[in-house]
Design a protein around this ligand. Structure first.
Ligand code: BGC
Ligand code: BGC
Length: 799
């Protein structure tokens, strides 16, 4: 980054990435990769049928089978023209541009795509139905009203393969109800570093647990594998993802590099694959990460050699979201390398036509051998055949088993199953006797998260990142943790009071404080340490303790975090993970209506800096830990010292996320993660270097955006921003009681791309814990990063 002294506004070359903590993920001792899985061998008639279809397909239609656009970028008309083999809805995609579309719209689009892809072709060419893939990673949660199961980390704590199998079957039924054929689940990542933003998609840090539960989910989604490999009626195609190494990147950086001895890496991160292959999984998704410097989408020795050769996988390898474009020399629309390495389907959200053209040309000029094309197409056809879609008389989505049976979405039976899963996933880490709650107790349920279904559900819930603007009204039929506790209190003859801000009029017997991580998905959830700096829960716990009120901490999170302060402050502490839409399952355990059987599937960190040593060593609580009722275990006071909490520099907003403990307000309204609208401010995600890593902020005349720190960082501010057009009225920046007119600086930087604004301590002595921007006129300002740090002396001020 260049910064010229004497200038307040400078150009930025790239995003500054703070160095992360130094610890690397430990690698468990090597256990050889499980031997060749037993795979159902293709029957001759199946091979013959596939060969016959293939021989009648045009080259253009063969290529199209390997291309998977997203529904926001492909119409049924284009489907009829190109005959893509599959399509997907992304985490932010819904039918007809509406991610909150009713179930009937999902089914309608599925029927339209079916009709388009099966419209007869001339010259006796077979019309191959296209299939729809979705991310139903904790229930069919892209669709409003579907059952929301706990994320995988909670199912790991429940450690009940039969439960996972039943969840798979229920999820499949709900997917099929909306006409969708294919699920991009289970995630069989073996997360080794809790700083990774996808830790919650991982069942466990232990490969054997992941293998067992991943295989159970495959059986639930697809139905038990039959000798002829057929997927049962009402079931859907499953995908094991992401092959491989997703959970092993250095410092838990999403899509990053995995380094180490290959055999040892396989023993951890490839370990679940033989199990899911044996369970009959039809598809495997390639991973975004590199292994020892080679991107997996282009890694022939591993995609073909290991997965096919050694492990005997005969299904489809699907790419991840433009993952092929990360291979050196590739772009989203041009990448023969991926097919040559062993990828069968390109997930290419927005560039399907251009990719089709380039692949077609590359087959014609011999860059891609015909045999490789035919092999990939044959695999896609075999998967469709197993799903029953190539049978004579195969039906439109709405006419199939479960098709259009919308009563399955969030059905009482599925919700009861989710509630069972929630109860089984709660892990009791501390209990000095306050749990189970006594019959007749008066309870105060405190914290902003208590009545927030979106927060309890985490990422991959209605939207890609989850949370944000999703109020409880978006979750018809679901139960918040508060609603579950309220009903349980009434049934136990007691009383319950909700208090989002923690205040109370009458002193309760027990205060239950619900707090935790705000939702995130993928890289947006990556962190540099295990600090949970948001003080809301901690302050409430301490306040109640001081008032002589017994407390239960219910911690919502996608991973273990350093909780020593909260553990000290609370009488009981429950790791609740991301339980989802059936919050009554939490109450079932707190009231002792169900036993406390959840056990940690990840070791819990003793220190705030980085990753604990996997297993027992160096952890505060080892994997497998969890209290049952009846055992009151005194917990010694834990060390509350954490140097990072006092660190002198802090990211307030970076890579699409507000920093720990930072809140954004527009007028009087909270803008979660700097998204949403309120007080004349509208903030939406835009792409700078990565998907939605920046915000476009629109100010109505006279409105103010305020970022408030609750304790991190000191020194000046650095703000990376972009402005298309100059302001038409004064813009002021306020910090530490000082108001700076930045109109002139913004005017000169308009239209010049991303720039950096530096407010040093010299320029604005007393820079403070809040930063506000007020615009007198309408203004649209994009912000990519705001950080607080010491800025060296000598930077002049020109405002
Ligand atoms: C994720 C995958 C997901 C795909 C489609 C990617 O960004 O890594 O897990 O299946 O998007 O939404
Ligand atoms: C999509 C996700 C996808 C992600 C990848 C989002 O816009 O909705 O499904 O995983 O992009 O960057």
């Amino acid at each position: 980054m260049t910064r010229r002294a004497g200038k307040l506004f400078t150009t930025v070359a790239g995003v500054a990435v703070l160095a992360g903590c130094a610890s690397t993920a430990p690698i468990a001792p090597s256990a050889a990769v499980a031997p060749l899985a037993s795979v159902p061998v293709a029957t001759e008639s199946e091979d013959a049928r596939i060969a016959a279809l293939l021989s009648r397909m045009s080259l253009a239609h063969k290529v199209a089978q390997l291309i998977q656009p997203q529904i926001n970028s492909v119409t049924p008309e284009e489907m009829r023209t190109y005959r893509y083999g599959s399509y997907l809805n992304g985490g932010n995609g819904g039918p007809y541009g509406n991610e909150f579309a009713p179930a009937a719209d999902w089914l309608k689009l599925a029927d339209e795509m079916w009709d388009a892809s099966t419209a007869p072709l001339p010259n006796g060419e077979p019309a191959i139905p296209a299939i729809w893939g979705t991310d139903a990673v904790h229930g069919h949660t892209n669709v409003v009203g579907a059952t929301i199961f706990p994320h995988n980390i909670g199912l790991g704590a429940a450690h009940d393969p039969d439960l996972v199998r039943r969840i798979g079957a229920a999820t499949a039924a709900e997917i099929a109800a909306t006409g969708i054929d294919w699920n991009f689940s289970p995630t069989v990542a073996v997360a080794q570093d809790d700083r990774w933003g996808r830790t919650y998609e991982s069942y466990s840090e232990d490969p054997a647990t992941v293998a067992e539960l991943g295989a159970a989910l495959v059986e639930g989604l697809q139905g038990k594998a039959t000798p002829d490999g057929r997927i049962g009626a009402g079931h859907v195609i499953a995908t094991a993802k992401h092959f491989f190494g997703d959970g092993g990147t250095t410092q838990g950086v999403d899509q990053g590099n995995v380094n180490g001895d290959l055999a040892q890496l396989e023993a951890i991160h490839a370990r679940p694959y033989p199990a899911v292959i044996a369970a009959g999984v039809e598809a495997v998704m390639a991973s975004f990460n590199s292994i020892n410097g080679t991107k997996m989408h282009g890694n022939k020795p591993l995609l073909t050699g290991l997965l096919r050769g050694q492990m005997g996988f005969t299904g489809v390898v699907v790419g991840d979201w433009n993952g092929h474009a990360q291979i050196p020399g590739c772009t989203p629309s041009n990448c023969p390398q991926a097919l040559l390495a062993g990828l069968d389907i390109y997930m290419v959200p927005d560039d399907a036509k251009a990719l089709h053209a380039s692949l077609l040309a590359q087959v014609k000029d011999g860059t891609i051998p015909m045999a490789r094309l035919d092999e990939a197409v044959s695999r896609v056809l075999r998967m469709k055949l197993h799903a029953g879609l190539l049978d004579p008389g195969a039906k439109r989505p709405s006419q199939r088993s479960n098709g259009g049976d919308f009563a399955l979405l969030g059905s009482p039976a599925h919700r009861a199953l989710a509630r069972e899963a929630v109860a089984k996933s709660q892990v009791l880490l501390k209990n000095n006797g306050v749990l189970p709650l006594k019959v007749g107790a008066s309870i105060l349920v405190a914290g902003r998260a208590a009545d927030d279904i979106a927060q309890a559900s985490g990422g991959w819930t209605l939207t890609w990142q989850g949370g944000d603007e999703l109020t409880n009204a978006r979750f018809p039929g679901a139960t918040s943790i508060w609603a579950g506790l309220k009903a349980a209190a009434a049934e136990a003859g007691g009383t319950a009071t909700l208090s989002a801000d923690g205040s109370y009029a009458t002193k309760p017997d027990v205060a239950i404080v619900v707090f935790g991580e705000k939702p995130y998905a993928e890289f947006a959830g990556d962190r540099k340490d295990l600090v949970f700096a948001d003080r809301e829960g901690l302050d409430l716990l301490r306040k109640y303790r001081a008032a002589g009120i017994r407390t239960v901490a219910v911690f919502l999170s996608g991973r273990p975090l350093w909780m020593n302060r909260e553990l000290n402050a609370a009488d009981a502490f429950v790791a609740s993970w991301l339980p989802g839409g059936e919050g009554a399952g939490v109450a079932d355990v707190l009231y002792g209506r169900r036993p406390a059987t959840g056990r940690l599937s990840f070791s819990w960190p003793a220190h705030c800096t980085g990753q604990p040593v996997n297993g027992a060593e160096g952890a505060l609580f080892p994997r497998g830990y969890g209290l049952s009722f009846g055992r009151v275990t005194p917990v010694a006071r834990l060390d509350e010292n954490c140097p990072i909490l006092d660190a002198r520099s802090a990211e307030w907003f970076d890579l699409g996320r507000l920093g720990n403990g930072i809140t954004a307000r527009g007028g009087a309204t909270l803008l979660p993660n700097l998204r949403g609208s309120g007080g004349g401010i509208t903030a939406r995600g835009i792409d700078r270097n990565r998907q939605e890593d920046a915000r476009e902020i629109s100010f109505a005349p006279g409105s103010t955006l305020t970022l408030a720190d609750e304790g991190r960082g000191s020194g000046g501010f650095r703000l990376v921003y972009q402005l298309a057009t100059a302001p038409t009225a004064p813009v002021a920046l306020a910090t530490g009681g000082k108001v700076i007119d930045i109109t002139a600086g913004l005017t000169t930087s308009a239209g010049k791309g991303w720039r950096e604004l530096i407010v040093s301590q010299d320029c604005a002595p007393g820079t403070g814990r809040t930063l506000s921007i007020t615009s007198a006129g309408p203004l649209t300002l994009s912000i990519a990063r705001i950080a607080r740090q010491d800025i060296p002396a000598g930077v002049d001020c020109s405002f």
